[in-house]
Design a protein around this ligand. Structure first.
Ligand code: PLP
Length: 391
């Protein structure tokens, strides 16, 4: 049987309730939400409202209207960065970021985008704070880089390369103390680690739906705190204020042009409900147990090098390794072809993180368990890696 160890890319399989709710939405009430007054439209509107409310309660977001549905976290981060930053603003980020953060920042630096092109001149500037070779971020290093024009701090909550957990609570406190906005990329942590936007002083929280929240691909959201001046990323129909050429100026319509992914959002709601029913701790404990098994098994194999912290409590369920003298692409290929084990190799869309841990440009082999993996899967992985390392 195939063994899927690529949950950090997309979780698979999903809880049964997710498949059911996606299917029911498509089959039974899949009309356009918020666009017609008829009963099917009201039903889809209700599904969207319920998922929005569920997200708000799960992340302690004060008002569910401030949850903007996006198609993934990349879109949410683009909205946050391009909508919030202006010419001349300074941004602080870490050296463990995914390209979902680094590429929009690069675009905003040079060449500038509108509104920078029109009379604004110049782009933003950024400081990338260096993390340790295990991926740890020292919050004091962020504080040291704050300047009078620093407008935003943006960091990932957990690395998608080595799983290292970054100290968002401490960074959130610094941001609050200095009056700087704080954006968190929770792609790898939402659904695994507790996140409370009020306790953690998060002004904008970007999440993708298809990883540990168990939703389908094509789902995600951005939370934007009240009072932040964030311009929309896209304009179009919202089903509200239709007489005007301008986007409505109220949440969430201001940011949500175009028909939403209702079947996906229904599935995302079912995914979060599953987590609430199981309990975040139970899910985290199981993934931690399996991750510990992987680390213990791999670290005893001659020629295998593990990256990141050796303490599983300091990471999410992501393990990166290499085998001495072997290209990670070749190892991933053998795992796939010979052992039917699915991993992810290369740079994982995070070249800076690989520079930080010393594996640029070849990258690593990454294995990431999910809630539905078993100890038997891990035994097979360890045996396969042992064989490959010996060959
Ligand atoms: C830390 C991090 N940020 C952003 C992303 C981008 O996620 P998506 O492709 O769902 O937008 C990922 C997914 O690989 C990730 O791990």
């Amino acid at each position: 049987m195939s063994i899927y160890l690529d949950n950090a890319a997309t979780s698979f399989p999903k809880p049964e309730s997710v498949y059911k709710d996606v299917s029911d939405t498509l089959r039974k009430y899949g009309s356009s939400p918020g666009r017609g007054g008829h009963k099917m439209s009201l039903q889809t509107e209700r599904i969207i409202f319920e998922t929005r409310e569920r997200i708000a309660s799960f992340f302690n977001i004060p008002s569910s209207s401030n949850v903007i549905f996006t198609f993934n976290v990349t879109m949410g981060i683009n909205l946050a960065l391009k909508g919030f930053l202006k010419a001349g603003d300074h941004v602080i980020t870490s050296s463990m970021e995914h390209n979902a953060v680094m590429r929009p920042l690069k675009r905003l630096e040079n060449p500038p985008l509108p509104p920078f092109t029109k009379g604004g001149g110049g782009g933003i500037s950024k400081t990338v704070v260096q993390c340790s070779s295990e991926g740890f971020l020292n919050p004091k290093d962020i504080e040291k880089e704050i300047k009078p024009d620093t407008k935003l701090i943006v960091i990932t909550h957990a690395s998608n390369v080595v799983g290292t957990i970054l100290p968002i609570r401490e960074v959130g406190e610094i941001a609050k103390k200095k009056g700087i906005a704080f954006l968190v990329d929770a792609a790898q942590s939402a659904g695994l680690l507790p996140i409370d936007v009020q306790r953690d002083n998060i002004d904008m929280l970007g999440c993708t739906g298809h990883k540990s929240l168990f939703g389908p691909q094509g789902t995600g959201f951005l939370y934007i705190k009240d009072g932040l001046d964030v311009k929309p990323l896209i304009e179009g129909g919202t089903g509200s204020n239709s007489e005007s050429d301008e986007m409505p100026d109220f949440f969430p319509d201001k940011y949500q042009a175009g028909t939403l992914n209702t079947p996906g959002i229904a599935g995302l709601g079912a995914g979060i409900e599953f987590i609430q029913d199981e309990g975040l701790k139970k899910i985290r404990d199981k993934e931690l147990h399996l991750t510990t098994e992987i680390m213990n098994g791999l670290k005893n194999i001659k020629g295998v090098k593990l990256y990141g912290s050796l303490n599983p409590l300091e990471r999410v369920a992501v393990v990166s390794f290499n085998i001495e003298g072997k290209d990670p692409a070749e190892v991933g290929n053998i795992l796939n072809e010979k052992y039917d084990i699915m991993s992810r190799v290369g740079l994982h869309c995070a070249p800076n993180a690989h520079r930080t841990i010393g594996t640029f440009p070849v990258g690593t082999v990454r294995v990431s368990v999910g809630y539905f993996n078993t100890e038997g899967d891990i035994d097979k992985l360890i045996k396969a890696v042992r064989d490959i390392a010996k060959a």
